[in-house]
Design a protein around this ligand. Structure first.
Ligand SMILES: [Zn+2]
Ligand SMILES: [Zn+2]
Length: 287
């Protein structure tokens, strides 16, 4: 068997052609897990051959709009699709606090649409099964497949001032995948990535652009994202063989721009394989 990892979005809040909002799809056999759901996620899922009704669970790393803008669409599309594909409530696994609250409230503005559709076609309202977990300072399991073969753990990361932000580690029979969410380069992700086969990490060219952004609002934005050079050191220390960069800041506009992200990570001391992510890039773990 193989486990596949598909980037459903490599973009950031500032829109960039071809880059949907943050999201990573991990599939192992029939199991499909979506991590974050930024703008365009439903389209990217369809392009990846995984419609919302096929998801076993969606996981939130934190509430910034670029990570959750399409979550309601995932839930509503799954609901509308139930006329053809009965799937039950969408399970949403989220840190307690802002993320879980967002997931519980996100369908409220659609009350009228839901009522109209129910009067017309749908026999029952859309349902989300929000499973909130206290943000753990050391990794804790937050989801397991029915047979226990796939386990997802979470750990707190550093995206302050966002109060609750986590990274996830997915263990399947094929190997281990870590998804950083948004965070500064931190020891928690380094520990989480130790022994992993694939690290999907957000990337921000802080070191290289420090002079350029000094005194601008971007200085504060870059401060809570992962410096590509420091990330190279983290990945090397963690001994992870393959790093996939996503949530690219600034969005690359050319192949030279993309190569620069990889060069930063290399300059930070990383000797493994580097992929600068594009939407729908798919990586496999296992045989
Ligand atoms: Zn973000
Ligand atoms: Zn964020």
């Amino acid at each position: 068997m193989t486990t596949s990892v598909t980037l459903t979005g490599t973009g950031v809040p500032h829109p960039s052609p071809g880059r949907a909002g943050a999201g990573v799809l991990v599939r192992c056999g029939d199991i499909a897990l979506q991590f974050d759901a930024g703008r365009g996620t439903v389209l990217r899922l369809a392009e990846a051959g995984c419609a919302p009704h096929q998801l076993d669970a969606a996981f939130l790393t934190h509430v910034h709009s670029d990570h959750v803008a399409d979550l309601a669409d995932v839930a509503l599309t799954r609901w509308v699709q139930q006329t053809l594909h009965p799937a039950g409530p969408l399970t949403i696994v989220a840190p307690e606090g802002e993320s879980a609250t967002f997931a519980r409230r996100m369908l409220d503005p659609y009350d009228h649409d839901i009522a109209v559709r129910m009067a017309h076609v749908q026999p029952s309202p859309p349902e989300v099964d929000v499973r909130a977990f206290p943000v753990p300072v050391t990794p804790e399991a937050v989801w397991r497949s029915a047979d226990g073969a796939v386990v997802v753990e979470a750990v707190a990361v550093h995206h302050e001032p966002v109060a609750e932000a986590v990274a996830y580690r997915v263990t399947t029979p094929d190997g281990v995948v870590v998804v950083s969410g948004d965070t500064r380069v931190c020891a928690e992700v380094e520990d989480l990535a130790r022994g992993a086969d694939l690290l999907v990490h957000e990337a921000c060219r802080t070191t290289v652009m420090a002079e350029l952004i000094a005194g601008t609002p971007f200085e504060r934005i870059f401060d809570y994202h992962a410096d590509t050079v420091a990330l190279g050191g983290l990945a090397e220390r963690a001994g992870v063989p393959h790093v996939v960069l996503t949530h690219l800041i600034p969005p690359p506009a050319s192949s030279d721009d993309e190569r620069a992200f990889a060069d930063d990570v290399r300059a930070g001391g990383y000797t493994g394989a580097i992929a600068v992510g594009a939407d729908l890039d798919t990586f496999t773990v296992g045989a």
